[in-house]
Structures are given as C-alpha cells and as structure tokens.
Design a protein around this ligand. Structure first.
Ligand SMILES: [Zn+2]
Length: 381
C-alpha cells in the first residue's frame, strides 16, 4: 500500500491514465478539466466479494428472541432461521426483491462499495432460485456492478429433509443446467454450503463439477462451524475462493496458498452470532494467502451494510494490520472476483475513486465508531 502526498490523478474514459505527484503532471494534461479533491485522501472503492443481497423479509423478530435467550437450534426447530427467509423469498415478487435489494445497494454505495458478489440461495426450489436470478438480471440492467453466484445448495429445503444426497444430485444434474440456460452469461460462480449436517465434501464436489462444466467457477462456504475440508476442496477444484474458514486446517491454508484460492473472511458474521472463533487471518497471511474480507451481508447471521465495521473487525479481531485489511477489502477482493481493474489505483484501473476527508486513512479504524462517508470523485467525461 503506497502513499503519494499532494497527488494528481488523470482520468480518461473512466480509467486512470496517469497518477503521481501533482508537480510531475505531464504537460499533455495541463489543460484537462480539473476536479479539486480538497486535500482528501483518494483510495480505491471497496469491493465486497461475499453477499446474499437478494432475499425477502428480514429476521429481526428472530434476532430479538435470541436476545431474550432462545437458542438458534430452538428457533430452527420451530421452522424459523433460514427457512423463514426461504418462505419470504418464495412469496416475494421479482419487483419486490429488486426494490429491497436496490435500497441495500444504495446504502452500500454511499459507504464506498463500488462492486460486489451476490448469491442466490433463498429460493431452494427451481422457480424461486430463478426469480432471484431474474432480480439480479434486473439490477445489472439498472447499472449495478454485481458478480452473480448460483447457490441453490445453500441449505437442504424442507421438501428434501433428510435426503441431502437426492437434493445435491437434482441441483447438479437438473437445476444448474436449467438456471444457466434461462439466464445465459448472468452467473459467473457456483457455491455450496459445505458443513456438518448440510452438504458433504463429496456432494459439494459433484455440484461444483457440474457447475464448472457450465462455466461456473467455485466459491465455497467452507469450514465455518467445523472443519470439513472445504478449503482443500476449493484448492482441488481450482476455485476462486473459500469463504468463512474459522475452522480451516493448516493443510487447507497451504493448499489455498499453493493454488491461488482467495480465503475470504467474514468477521461480521462471527460478531453477530456471538461466536469466539475468529478466522485465523494471521496464519493464512503467514502461509502465503492473499486474504480478502467481505460482509457476508444476509438477514440471519450478518445484516450489516457497513464496510467500515468489517475493516475494523479485520484489524481489531482478526489482528490484520490496517494495510492488510484495506488491501483485503479492495485489491484481494477484486482479484477473487476476476476483476483486475478494480480494487487499486494504478494506470489502466477503473476510476472508482473514493475521497475521504481525513488526515490519514488509518482514522477509518482508529475512530472506531466514526461514521465516515466517502465522497465519490465525479468526473464528467
Ligand atoms: Zn454466506
């Protein structure tokens, strides 16, 4: 993470054409239209590489019950938890899903997020998963910058209770091909929640391989509540990322480092669930991994649209340096999404520039409750 004091940055056709000390600005651009940054710090915009953006309803009622001492297991046994979101998502129209998601996207944008990954996974039947994709297609058509991930294997729907094997086979052989046929080119990634009591590594491998044959690169919900070998599977399959990883093994870290899988850590979820097992970010960095951070924005375990909270948790709980955490939310996040021209400010990068009115970017973490909002650099041409 380099710093340039008293800098100038030239934008041409939405991309950075030059950057350096203002005194060194080439004469070719001496007459260019100028935007005064007012002494702010310019940084790349945040990229959020793991969200569950589109869903119906919310789970504030369940959250309140948890505050009153009811366990998640009890809530789930009564048909609540993720099933409540599945019911609300199945009942929602595409227009309702789009409207709710757009409010969330506006909030994220105001806080400096310029691009995000977003998953399906609250339909858990073909038509409801398809409606989530329809919502993502509509949001992209409105100009929102999204990378879409197919996640029908987010949970085992009630209709398939006790038969994960049959559900995994159906997703692999029928739903993924049909969803890709209905929305060609929309989804770039496939995801599976590999966890004890949900999907096994073997079931995950089957779904991921079916997705890869359709052009969907794996991103894996891995090693969140227990070690299951999800990170190792992501490495084996040439995945883009393994996400959560609170219980990742040493060999999983080595495998990710060796194969270029991005570990994406989601500390907002650990916080919101009141867990104590923070992902071992330091060990992953020492193992040679390019760690990324994400919000995991979702209605059950992390209803958080604040990138600064994630940045702060990266520093304060995952013990990353400020530079590591900021890089994790920009450069490494963008790379995990195959977006090489986002997440950094260098010649050729897209000019998604945030302006922070601070003496030093470190203040974003240091003033720990501060509600800093970036300005966007508005360039007319
Ligand atoms: Zn997730």
């Amino acid at each position: 993470m380099d710093r340039i004091e008293d800098a100038a940055l030239v934008v041409e056709e939405g991309r950075i054409a030059w950057m350096g000390r203002r005194a060194d600005l080439p004469v070719a651009w001496a007459d260019a239209e100028r935007v005064d940054g007012g002494g702010a710090w310019a940084t790349p915009g945040f990229v959020d590489p793991h969200t569950h953006l589109v869903f119906g309803g919310d789970r504030s009622g369940e959250f309140n019950r948890r505050l009153h001492g009811v366990s998640y297991a009890q809530i789930a046994a009564e048909g609540g938890g993720i099933r409540e979101t599945v019911r609300a998502t199945r009942a929602a129209t595409v227009a309702e899903l789009v409207e709710a998601a757009e409010g969330r996207l506006e909030e994220l944008r105001s806080r400096g997020v310029v691009h995000l990954e977003a998953k399906t996974g609250y339909g858990l039947d073909l038509e409801a998963e398809s409606r989530q994709l329809e919502a993502y297609a509509a949001l992209k058509a409105k100009g929102w910058n999204l990378d879409v991930t197919l996640l029908p294997a987010h949970d085992i729907p009630t209709e398939f209770a006790g038969d994960a094997e049959r559900y995994a086979a159906l997703v692999a052989t029928e739903w993924l091909p049909e969803l890709v046929r209905r929305f060609p080119g929309l989804a770039r990634y496939g995801d599976v929640f590999i966890e004890k009591g949900v999907f096994t590594v073997e079931q995950g491998r089957r779904i991921f391989l079916a997705g890869k044959a359709l052009g969907l690169t794996p991103r894996v919900h891995a090693d969140e509540l227990s070690w299951t070998g999800g990170a190792e599977l992501a490495a084996e399959l040439g995945g883009a990322s393994a996400d959560h990883l609170m219980f990742c093994s040493d060999s999983g870290m080595k495998a990710m480092a060796a194969t270029g899988v991005t570990p994406i850590l989601l500390p907002g979820t650990t916080l919101f669930l009141g867990m104590r097992d923070w992902a071992p970010a330091r060990k992953m960095i020492e193992a040679g991994c390019a760690v990324a951070l994400a919000s995991d924005f979702n209605p059950g375990s992390c209803p958080c649209l604040d990138p600064l909270l994630i940045l702060r948790l990266g520093c304060l709980q995952l013990r990353m340096t400020f530079e590591e955490a900021f890089t994790a939310m920009t450069l490494h996040a963008a790379r995990s999404l195959g977006q090489p021209d986002l997440g950094h400010l260098q010649v050729g990068a897209r000019a998604e520039v945030l302006l922070w009115d601070l003496k030093d970017p470190l203040e974003l973490v240091y003033w720990v409750g501060g509600s800093f909002l970036p300005r966007r650099m508005n360039v007319t041409s």
